[in-house]
Design a protein around this ligand. Structure first.
Ligand SMILES: Cc1ncc(COP(=O)(O)O)c(C=O)c1O
Length: 452
């Protein structure tokens, strides 16, 4: 079996060979196996300099899940029972009350027409009410909020609305890859600032000097974070936001995991609009929310962005040219979800994640990983065990690619290597808590049987 790339980068993707139907993404859905049927070699249908794919697309880094997927498929083909702790896709069902609302709303013929693309009146009101009840933040639903087709829609389109080619965008890594890719697609120069375990994977304020900020158009923040699970205290978030705003930087905060918090409660997931220095009517700040994780609705594609009216307007104008908004019936169901964000079902979901977190933390520690239990989110982020033996790497933490490869091949357990996210994470691994509790427990039992 071929080894996974041992460098910090996964192998290069295979270029698409599907002419005529638009350029296919090189980023397949990580949950769906790729078509492995043999294709006849085809001639480049457009033999120009650079080939079929745009320079823009060719400049993107390969998709992290490609290499892992190949390995996973090989394990399945070899007859292994694979437990996938790689992708963050909740296994728990969408609450019944949300499904019931969809059924009712889908039967309304008026909902079969083009959607209210910026958000139905009811959805926008529910999102505004959620911001108020959950965070104490008052917003104007029509000016400050826009419905999005999942968080990724808003996040990926924002740079096209606010960034010009050559503008600088700051991303703190390790990070959700879309901030980087979407910024690159908009022609930005991305400045990655690596966070480290010493700072709990949170930005070190000394890395943000004024001259850097003055030359920056947009800065991304994500707490609780993917992949590190790091959450941030309100005063730290406030200082970060205030520094950026003072230099005219647009601040985009991704709060996709806002309702998945543990012992420290909801304050582990602050909204940027709770920061004393941030004023939604004055400052160029936007925050992305998603129904995907909180309400187990990844397949429904629903979220919203809330922010300064001009930033929201830039996003609306961009989206006007790409989509026509989420299906109205889905918006109505999402409104019901937001109205019941404090339902006991959501509290039970948190309890379930806390149980899983404890199982994963204990299991990973048992094999020599160093882990700080996360206070929020759906991921456990662990430092790989140290290498044993007498080799040159003995006594050092194992590389994440090597660790992930061993877990798939020897235990049938899929995780995600930190090396795919940042150099500082080269010996870290991300474990998703979105598998059934008995399966997660079994995965940890399998790991205990491995020799390191
Ligand atoms: C940090 C973060 N933001 C946003 C998203 C996008 O989620 P969705 O588009 O399903 O709302 C994800 C998905 O994994 C994520 O991890």
């Amino acid at each position: 079996m071929a080894t996974l790339s041992r460098s910090n980068k996964p192998p290069a993707p295979t270029p698409s060979r599907t002419p005529g139907k638009g350029v296919k993404s090189t980023q397949p859905n990580p949950r769906k196996p790729a078509n492995t049927a043999k294709q006849a070699p085809s001639k480049d249908p457009t033999p120009r300099k650079g080939g079929l794919r745009s320079e823009r697309l060719r400049a993107l880094p390969p998709f992290l899940f490609n290499a892992i997927d190949d390995r996973k498929r090989a394990a399945i083909a070899a007859g292994k029972d694979v437990i996938n702790l790689g992708v963050g896709d909740p296994d728990q069902p969408t609450p019944r009350f949300v499904i019931d609302q969809l059924i009712t709303s889908a039967q309304e013929p008026k909902n079969h027409q083009y959607p209210d693309c910026y958000g139905t009146k009811r959805f926008l009101a529910a999102a505004a009410e959620f911001m108020h009840k959950r965070f104490g933040v008052k917003v104007d639903p029509t000016k400050n909020i826009v419905a999005t087709i999942g968080g990724k829609d808003g996040i990926s389109h924002l740079p096209l609305g606010v960034v010009d080619p050559g503008d600088r965008v700051i991303i703190f890594t390790p990070a959700y890859p879309v901030y980087n890719q979407a910024s690159l697609l908009a022609g930005a120069r991305v400045k990655k600032i690596e966070t480290t375990p010493a700072n709990g994977w949170r930005p070190d304020l000394s890395t943000l000097n004024e001259s850097l900020l003055r030359a920056t158009k947009l800065m991304w923040l994500n707490f609780p974070g993917n992949p590190t699970g790091a959450s941030i205290a309100l005063d730290h978030l406030d200082t970060l936001a205030a520094r950026a705003i003072a230099q005219g930087v647009i601040v985009a905060s991704d709060l996709a995991y806002s309702e998945i918090y543990f012992e420290q409660g909801p304050s582990s997931c602050p909204s940027i609009f709770q920061c004393p220095s941030v004023d939604i009517n004055r400052d160029a700040v936007i925050e992305f929310h998603s129904l995907s994780k909180t309400f187990n609705m990844t397949g429904w594609r629903m979220g919203f962005a809330v922010g300064h009216a001009d930033v929201v307007q830039a996003l609306k104008q961009t989206k006007d040219n790409y989509d026509s908004g989420p299906f109205n019936a889905v918006q109505e169901a999402a409104a019901t979800a937001l109205e019941r964000y404090d339902d006991p079902i959501i509290a039970a979901m948190r309890t379930e994640y806390a149980t899983r977190r404890d199982i994963a933390v204990a299991g990973l520690r048992a094999i020599g990983c160093q882990v700080t239990p996360p206070q929020a989110g759906i991921f456990v982020w662990a430092r790989c065990p140290v290498e044993s033996g007498a080799g040159e790497n003995a006594g050092k933490p194992m590389s994440s690619w090597k660790f992930v490869e061993k877990l798939i091949d020897e235990a049938g357990v899929v995780t995600v290597p930190g090396a795919g996210f940042a150099d500082t994470a080269a010996s870290y691994v991300r474990v998703s808590l979105t598998r059934e509790t008995p399966r997660l427990r079994e995965a940890m039992e399998r790991l205990k049987a491995l020799k390191f």
